[in-house]
Ligand binder design. Structure first.
Ligand code: NAD
Length: 411
């Protein structure tokens, strides 16, 4: 089952519980607009290279559409379409005034020089500048893109439309970015994890946490959870996993990655194990914070964690999700667990429009407040309808989008 089919299945389960008519299901599952553009640049070798860029704008019933740009060789229209719809439900779950969108380029950014990356980004924006903007659709970073790419986007967009920092979020702090945006997704994962622990009567000090992925999301989730006294017993990245029963020293791991270009390779603060072993560790909380599709029907029966918090987008395959549910594993879905990033993007956009900056403390307070409310809401719906957190989160998100679409009279 591909990403779009999985999203559609989760949508259908929630739509059944909400009693949504077929006509409304079709409306909510059909993208508003899907754009595909040719992106041609001259490589450093002098060769002409042509790529395909996508932007899918899924729904704007609740506000301008919002979603990242992904640079990855496997980007295709079907994946972007699924991720755009996920953004619609995610922004609705945290109740920020946005719809959903997603975009991407089918390139491997690791094989691009900085000059090539800038050229391909500017060419992509040339192709789509007239369909996005502060009141229409606001891109942000995703896999393979970062604050530097967002700065090029703001600059290129400005060449057509004038000074518009709110046309894109996730920009460098020195260029109208938000202090706190970088940490926001990982901080959100930590906030939601602590809420679940509290609801399930578990103490952070007695909770052992294993985290797959030690990039932007994984590092900040590890940092905030260890500050809350959780024991981070395993961390990992593409180089492998590192396990210490007594808890990994996260400050030491962060120092190691700072000195080794972001990699954990050679980290001696834990026994080296494989990423596959990390999933099977005896722990309380498992946090996949790397790739999609890593929890499968093969490894789901071996997961010993009582709680899975989906920091990555779509880390659990549908059949694995059903197996975890049958086994009583408490799964917090991606559209709630990793919504801290888009929430902080909303703060950045709002501040850009006011030409005013809040500062880090206020950003953290507002983020904690919005995620706390979203968690409570999804929890309550789950209890009321006797369903799991994923279906409850989809019910909250889809219900809000449906109400906004009805009130606007778009039907
Ligand atoms: P990142 O590129 O900063 O980090 C990814 C990490 O995963 C790296 O440590 C990398 O080494 C590791 N990794 C890659 N392949 C691996 C493998 N096969 N096994 C183990 N580890 C592997 O990415 P990120 O921004 O931290 O995003 C991680 C996930 O969170 C993605 O699924 C992304 O879509 C999702 N997400 C990110 C944000 C955000 O604000 N960054 C927001 C929402 C969702």
């Amino acid at each position: 089952m591909n990403a779009y089919e999985s999203m559609k299945l989760y949508f259908t389960r929630a739509a059944d519980r909400l009693g949504l008519e077929d006509s409304i299901r079709k409306l909510l599952l059909t993208s508003k607009r899907e754009v595909q553009v040719q992106v041609a640049i001259e490589r450093d070798s002098g060769e002409l290279a042509t790529f395909v860029g996508y932007r899918v704008q899924h729904d704007n019933s609740r506000g301008p559409m919002k979603g990242g740009f992904r640079y990855h060789p496997e980007v295709d229209l079907e994946e972007v379409r699924a991720l755009a719809a996920l953004m619609t439900w995610k922004t609705a779950v945290v109740n920020i005034p946005y719809g959903g969108a997603k975009g991407g380029l089918a390139i491997d950014p690791k094989t691009f020089s900085s000059r090539e990356l800038e050229a391909v980004t500017r060419k992509f924006i040339d192709g789509i500048h007239d369909i996005f903007g502060p009141d229409i659709d606001i891109p942000a970073p995703d896999m393979g893109t970062n604050d530097k790419v967002m700065a090029w986007i703001m600059n290129q967009y400005g060449k057509y439309h004038g000074f518009s920092p709110a046309c894109v979020t996730g920009k460098p702090v020195e260029m109208h970015g938000l202090p706190g945006r970088e940490e926001a997704t990982g901080r959100g994962v930590a906030i939601i994890t602590l809420k679940v622990l509290s609801r399930l009567n578990r103490k952070p000090q007695q909770s052992r946490v294993a985290i797959q992925g030690f990039g932007n999301v994984g590092t900040f989730a590890a940092k905030f959870l260890s500050e809350a006294e959780c024991k981070i017993t395993a961390i990992s990245d593409v180089s492998g996993a590192y396990y210490r029963a007594g808890g990994i020293d996260i400050s030491a791991a962060l120092r190691h990655t700072a000195e080794h270009r972001g990699s954990l390779e050679g980290f001696t603060g834990g026994e080296k194990i494989s990423n596959a072993q990390l999933f099977e560790l005896d722990c309380d909380v498992l946090i996949p914070a790397a790739l999609g599709g890593v929890i499968t029907k093969e490894n789901a029966p071996k997961i010993k964690a009582a709680i899975v918090v989906e920091a990555a987008n779509a880390p659990t395959n549908v059949d694995a999700d059903d197996l975890l549910y049958e086994r009583g594993v408490f799964v917090v879905p991606d559209i709630l667990a990793n919504a801290g990033g888009v929430t902080a993007s909303y703060f950045e956009w709002a501040q850009n429009r006011q030409h005013y900056s809040w500062g880090l403390n206020r950003c953290r307070q507002e983020l904690d407040h919005i995620l706390g409310e979203a968690f409570q809401n999804v929890w309550d719906v789950g209890k009321e309808h006797k369903t799991n957190m994923r279906t409850a989160a989809y019910m909250v998100g889809i219900g809000r989008v449906r109400r906004a679409a009805t009130l606007a009279g778009t039907m």
